[in-house]
Write a protein that binds this ligand. Structure first.
Ligand code: SAM
Length: 218
């Protein structure tokens, strides 16, 4: 189920400030069947990197680097981004695109399981974008909050899962029920996490933005 009317998605896309490289990477993702974000979410991520003045960004789920490029383009010269991807071939594609954008020195793509790698990297991060394995959203949650600086942003994609997280809404669900249940459980956890100020946005497939409170509520 498409949450936003296609005409509105097309209109929003027409307003986005994409680039020929981003369009090439999006087309590559489509040809390979990769579940990339779209330019509307890309613009949103870009704006959040700028708004937060992020100098250190962590991404989980690089694929071929489309979302990575949207965020990395917003970094200042001293900004750094680490992106984690399990699939080595996708990581190679992403590195190539980042090099083409002149961003290779600012971005490292780590290959491996995020569940392991998030314990090998040191924070704090100003912004974390989680678009990896949906079954890992909840298990990784505490570690990602720990890696976030106070005031930092945790942005999570696919929180509406084509409407399937809403019980009974979709008559013929297409998604893996285990992933749907995992996202629904994560959403409940995120909404109830007093360390964070969270907002769920019905953009594309649903994006949650959570700000780590500077002073943690008791
Ligand atoms: C939704 S795609 C990411 C799309 C990308 N953020 C974009 O919009 O351009 C999710 C990616 O996470 C990767 N992935 C899945 N499980 C993972 C894991 N346990 N650790 C690291 N990456 C994983 C997949 O290989 C896939 O490329």
């Amino acid at each position: 189920m498409q949450i936003i009317a296609p005409e509105i998605e097309r209109y929003l896309a027409s307003l986005d400030r994409s680039t020929p490289l981003l369009e090439t990477v999006a087309a590559e993702g489509e040809a390979l069947g990769l579940p990339n974000i779209d330019s509307t979410v890309g613009s949103f991520l870009h704006a959040m990197v700028v708004a937060s003045g992020a100098k250190s960004v962590l991404e989980i789920g690089t694929a071929n680097g489309y979302s990575t490029l949207w965020m990395a383009r917003a970094l200042s010269a001293s900004g750094r981004l680490i992106s984690i991807e399990m699939d080595a071939d996708r990581a190679i594609l992403a590195r190539g695109h980042l090099a083409a954008a002149g961003l290779a020195n600012q971005v490292s793509v780590m290959v491996g399981d995020a569940a392991r790698l998030v314990h090998k990297i040191a924070g704090p991060f100003d912004l974390i974008f989680n678009d990896g394995d949906k079954l890992q959203y909840e298990p990784l949650h505490d570690r990602l909050v720990e890696l976030l600086r106070p005031g930092g942003l945790l942005i999570t994609d696919n929180v509406l899962w084509e409407g399937e997280v809403v019980p009974g809404l979709v008559s013929a669900p297409q998604r893996d029920p285990a992933e749907t249940a995992a996202i629904a459980a994560f959403n409940t956890r995120l909404a109830g996490d007093s360390r964070l100020a969270t907002s769920f946005l019905p953009v594309r497939d649903g994006v949650a933005i959570a700000i780590r409170r500077p002073v943690e509520a008791g």
